[in-house]
Design a protein around this ligand. Structure first.
Ligand SMILES: [Zn+2]
Length: 315
C-alpha cells in the first residue's frame, strides 16, 4: 500500500485530495542528496485526515540516510522553544515518575527535568545515545519496535507482557512527521503508558492557515524526511479510536524569526507562485518541480501543535 500513489497509506482510502507539489530537495537530515529527490505531492486523505507525502522512497533509502546522519551529534546549550514548553508542562505535574522521550537525541529535554523524574529514552543514533547517557538518561533501545521485540511483542497485535516497561509520561517531540504510519506509531506509544499516564506529541499543524495557503510548497513539508502530517481532525479521530482523551491542544510558533516582514514575504511569494502555476495550467504546461520555491520558514507562523493525550485511569 505504501507505494501506491492513489491510496491513503494509513487507511487505504482512495479519497485523496492533492494540496500541490512539494519542491525537490538536495538535503536529507543534513546529508547531501545527489541527485536531488523529487518532492512528490502533498495529499490529504478525506477519510482519515492524514496528510502525506506521496510517493515515498524505499524503506532502505530512508534507513541508509538516517544511518549516515547518525554518526555525529550536535548539542546546543539551550532548549528549543517547543522543548521548553514540554519541560514546563512536565514540571507542572505533581509527584514524579518515569518519563520516556522517543528520539531523545542527546537527552537535552530530559536533562532539563528535576530529579523527581526518572529519565528514559529511545534513540537510533549511537553517538547521540552516548551523549544522552552522559546526561543521566537511560537509553532503552534504538527504536520502539526493538523495545517491543525485547518484550516479546513483535507486532501491535501481540499484547505487551505485564512486566514490560510503562511510563507516567511519554513524549514524541518532532518525531511523528518522520514515520510512515503515525496511527501505528502512536498506538505503540500509548500502550507504554501507565493508567492515567500522558502522551505528549508535538508536530507541524497541517491546518495552519499559512500552510493551507502555500500547500505542498510550505517549508515544513519541504524536508524530505518529513512524510506524514497531522492536524486537529486527525488527532481527534485517532484519539476516539484509541481510547485516549485529548486533554489539551495548543498551537505555537517554532523557533525562528517572528514578525510582520516575514509574514508579508510569505503571502507575496505564495501569491506569485500560485499565479505562475495558474498561468502555466492555462497554457497547458506543467511547472517543473525544480522551479517550485519553498514558501515560508520556521518562526513567523503558529504552524505547530502540542497535544496532551491522557490514558483513562481505572475506576
Ligand atoms: Zn486515510
Amino acid at each position: 500500500m505504501a507505494s501506491d500513489p492513489l491510496l491513503c497509506r494509513q487507511c487505504g482510502s482512495s479519497r485523496l485530495r492533492s494540496h500541490g507539489r512539494i519542491p525537490s530537495s538536495s538535503l536529507f537530515a543534513g546529508q547531501k542528496l545527489d541527485p536531488p529527490w523529487p518532492g512528490g505531492q502533498l495529499l490529504v486523505c478525506k477519510a482519515c485526515h492524514l496528510g502525506q507525502r506521496q510517493p515515498l522512497r524505499s524503506a532502505e533509502d530512508y534507513a541508509r540516510l538516517y544511518e549516515a546522519a547518525s554518526g555525529w551529534v550536535w548539542t546546543r546549550a539551550d532548549l528549543r522553544g517547543d522543548q521548553k514548553r514540554v519541560r514546563d508542562w512536565i514540571e507542572a505535574q505533581s509527584g514524579g515518575g518515569d518519563v520516556l522521550d522517543i528520539g531523545c537525541y542527546d537527552g537535552a529535554l530530559l536533562a532539563g527535568l528535576s530529579a523527581r523524574w526518572r529519565r528514559h529514552g529511545i534513540e537510533p543514533s549511537a553517538a547521540a545515545a552516548q551523549a544522552a547517557g552522559g546526561r543521566g538518561v537511560e537509553v532503552l533501545a534504538r527504536s520502539l519496535e526493538a523495545l517491543d521485540r525485547a518484550d516479546g511483542a513483535e507486532s501491535l497485535r501481540d499484547p505487551l507482557p505485564a512486566s514490560a516497561r510503562r511510563f507516567r509520561i511519554v513524549c514524541a517531540i518532532d518525531v511523528v512527521e518522520h514515520v510512515p504510519d503515525p496511527s501505528a506509531f502512536l498506538a505503540r506509544l500509548a500502550r507504554r503508558l501507565l493508567p492515567g499516564g500522558a502522551l505528549l506529541v508535538s508536530t507541524g499543524d497541517l491546518d495552519a492557515p499559512a500552510w493551507r495557503a502555500a500547500g505542498g510548497a510550505y517549508w515544513y513539508c519541504s524536508f524530505p524526511e518529513h512524510i506524514s502530517f497531522l492536524s486537529e481532525p486527525w488527532l481527534n479521530a485517532w484519539a476516539r479510536g484509541s481510547g485516549l482523551q485529548i486533554e489539551t491542544l495548543e498551537r505555537f510558533r517554532y523557533d525562528g524569526p517572528s514578525g510582520g516582514p516575514h509574514r508579508r514575504r510569505l503571502w507575496r511569494r505564495t501569491l506569485r507562485q500560485s499565479l505562475r502555476l495558474a498561468a502555466l495550467r492555462l497554457i497547458g504546461r506543467a511547472a517543473s518541480p525544480d522551479s517550485l520555491r519553498v514558501l515560508g520558514e520556521p518562526g513567523p507562523f503558529e504552524d505547530h501543535l502540542l497535544v496532551v493525550l491522557r490514558q483513562a485511569s481505572p475506576r
